[in-house]
Write a protein that binds this ligand. Structure first.
Ligand SMILES: [Zn+2]
Length: 75
């Protein structure tokens, strides 16, 4: 059970996503959402974050490159 301090921390965290995510290729939208959700337990892009990204998404680095190149529109 969370302590009052832990509970308060959880309540203070919210994510808001741009509705433009809905027009992205589904896998790239998943990349954006998983990326942000993993920052709840892991605030950086270190080894643990990368390991969790790979576990959830597979080749997440390719997806990141596609996003940066503007290849995000769904087919
Ligand atoms: Zn990040």
């Amino acid at each position: 059970m969370a302590t009052p301090a832990e509970h308060k921390t959880v309540q203070a965290r919210n994510l808001h996503f741009d509705s433009g995510l809905l027009s992205l290729d589904r896998r790239l939208g998943d990349y954006v959402i998983v990326h942000e959700l993993l920052h709840f337990p892991v605030p950086n892009h270190g080894k643990l974050w990368k390991s969790l990204m790979r576990a959830h998404l597979g080749d997440y680095e390719l997806m990141g490159r596609r996003l940066r190149r503007g290849e995000a529109q769904s087919a």
